[in-house]
Design a protein around this ligand. Structure first.
Ligand SMILES: NC(=O)c1ccc[n+]([C@@H]2O[C@H](COP(=O)([O-])OP(=O)(O)OC[C@H]3O[C@@H](n4cnc5c(N)ncnc54)[C@H](OP(=O)(O)O)[C@@H]3O)[C@@H](O)[C@H]2O)c1
Length: 348
């Protein structure tokens, strides 16, 4: 049920009361990009501790692809069912990230006011592909520094938070060697930058056309997975970050030093269940849905505002072209992030 928000946006008189209906990209059945359509839906109910964010930008991520197409790593479908839905999607609006301006706040919200520029990760609640997005103020939400546009901020979130939460589970410091599989994607481009910023020597695995990109992000060595066997590097590394799913323990150990760390950003059920036993094979493996926080997001935004990391945006699609955005993400070959522009104008 829609509710009238508690405090409305004083900077926009037409938004008084925010309204009860909005446009959102919805999908009611699993399938190809064409199952997504723009629809007129109720504005989300605003709880006492929530923000209502007027969205300017979101992104279409691999998570959106996975849910829409029900393309989950082998064995994970049954586990994910209760959250994502079995026969039909439980959450009909995709989008795990949003950047925009606070339009209204619940009565218990402190630290955010209408008019604030914010970026948020909505997590398994999704809902980001909409004109108004409900975000718990206690969730993963942060103010966007003046140095960043909202579309830049949103492009940091999916890959940046994932890279950040996995990398902190390894001892990445000057002199450490890190191999990043899938280095040109949303997660990989952020792993490369954060590892390089920590002083690590980074070997990036991607296809040849993306070699210049990953070098520009701080990789010192590049391996083309289409022509080279990644596990036959001729040397061993301290940390492997697998953002593709092609370096499970059995393969990764061929390129890892004994006692090295394997960060499985993507793993199937067998890989996930087997993670604790990797130690028997001399590998410290980490996988799963690791926690992240508003403080992590703040740090990422600070690093970006200082120029220590940069969002990598492949393409930007207008909201009306959301189906095309899904189609492009489905290729599995995007470079960094695909941004969805929900509103044309940028908020100062
Ligand atoms: N555990 C978590 O919390 C978490 C969070 C976020 C994402 N994920 C998972 O992380 C994975 C990566 O997400 P993403 O957003 O980075 O994906 P993405 O942006 O679609 O990454 C695609 C990249 O993967 C590369 N690639 C494809 N096949 C490859 C291969 N065989 N070897 C090496 N690289 C290959 C491609 O590079 P080239 O075109 O250069 O080959 C492409 O740039 C997804 O499976 C996602 O579900 C997990």
């Amino acid at each position: 049920m829609p509710t009238t928000p508690h405090r409305s946006d004083p900077t926009n008189p037409t938004a008084s009361g925010v309204g009860h209906r909005m446009r959102a990209a919805v999908y009611e059945r699993y399938g190809g990009p064409e199952v997504v359509r723009l629809a007129d839906v109720p504005v989300p109910a605003l709880g006492p501790g929530d923000l209502l964010v007027r969205a300017y930008a979101s992104d279409v991520s691999v998570a959106d692809h996975r849910l829409r197409a029900r393309d989950l790593p082998r064995g994970m479908g049954a586990l994910a069912g209760p959250v994502v839905g079995f026969r039909h999607p439980r959450r009909q609006v995709l989008g795990m990230e949003v950047a925009g301006v606070v339009a209204a706040t619940g009565p218990r919200v402190t630290g955010f006011r209408p008019g604030d520029r914010v970026v948020a990760a909505t997590g398994s609640g999704f809902g980001g592909h909409a004109e108004l997005v409900r975000v718990p103020a206690s969730g993963v939400v942060a103010h966007v520094p003046d140095a960043l546009r909202l579309d830049q901020a949103v492009a940091l979130v999916f890959g940046g938070l994932t890279a950040h939460k996995f990398l902190r589970r390894a001892d990445v410091r000057p002199g450490v060697e890190v191999l990043v599989n899938g280095a040109s994607g949303a997660v990989g481009t952020m792993v490369v930058q954060l590892a390089a910023a920590s002083g690590a020597r980074v070997t990036a695995v991607c296809s040849a056309p993306n070699a210049d990109l990953v070098r520009s992000l701080g990789a010192t060595d590049v391996v083309d997975h289409l022509t080279q066997d990644v596990t036959a590097l001729g040397r061993r590394v301290d940390v492997v970050v697998d953002c593709v799913g092609t370096l499970p323990v059995a393969r990764a150990r061929r390129v890892l030093r004994r006692g090295g760390t394997l960060l499985l950003v993507v793993a199937d059920l067998a890989g996930t269940v087997g993670t604790p036993f990797a130690r028997l094979r001399g590998v410290r493996a980490v996988t799963g849905d690791l926690p992240t926080s508003a403080a992590d997001l703040d740090e990422l935004l600070r690093l970006a505002a200082e120029g220590a990391v940069r969002p990598v945006v492949d393409r930007t699609y207008a909201f009306e072209d959301v189906v095309e955005a899904h189609r492009y993400v489905d290729t599995g070959r995007k470079r960094g992030t695909v941004v969805l522009r929900i509103r044309a104008e940028e908020q100062s």
